[in-house]
Design a binder for this molecule. Sequence first.
Ligand code: ADP
Length: 250
Amino acid sequence: MIVVEDIRKHFGAFHAVDGASFKIATGSITGLIGPNGAGKTTLFNVVAGHLKPTSGRVIMDGEDITGLSPHELFHKGLLRTFQLAHEFGSMSVRENLMMVPSGQIGESLWSTWTRRREIAANEHALAEKADKVLDFLTISHLAQEKASDISGGQKKLLELGRTMMVDAKVVFLDEVGAGVNRTLLNTIGDAIVRLNKTRGYTFCVIEHDMDFIARLCDPVIVMAEGKVLAQGPADHIMDNEAVIEAYLGT
Ligand code: ADP
């Protein structure tokens, strides 16, 4: 579904991504791992339209989507989750979900007023959908909480929930587990698997927790120094000497 073709992203003389190529198959949960500084986040930002590549192409369903804006990609069903913008923190969890269809994940609200009007016009349907999403994610009890007051792991679930308010096809998740306790990490993992199995979501996940990656992801792509070092099932990857060396070398 997504083909990343020889992507390079240079910052001056520094080659953050240096000729990375791989495929993300429809219906997969693909893991992207690698030592710090390997270029994973930069590559995510290129694929999701937040950075223009120096060279290379990104193809989605046969269409060249290189350099499209996050907004254009959002309408094609390709989303990269982001932490809540400052403006969203003051709204309730349910309102955060209701804001999504008219907005763009990852952008601050450039016109809260316009969006609030759109929401008011569709309030009933949006609230109903938001409640179904909260139920799916097992966080119905948080509906009225202020988003800034919920825990880091619950915010990650809310980020996932925001992708469910639109017809997401491919979701890029950056460090889902950072600072999240084990119980919530399992809840997040379960939600990802259920979205994948029951809603046909394709995921690409950056995560440092190898247990989480091994449980969820196939294949796993390993990056080091801006390049793809290895890819395959998690257990093969973890026995790969070049991969072990890349991790030990940092
Ligand atoms: P990872 O996500 O694998 O830890 P990153 O993509 O965040 O790696 O970073 C790869 C390298 O690119 C790092 O050395 C980082 O300092 C550098 N880098 C990232 N963004 C920029 C930027 N805007 N300008 C200069 N260097 C950058």
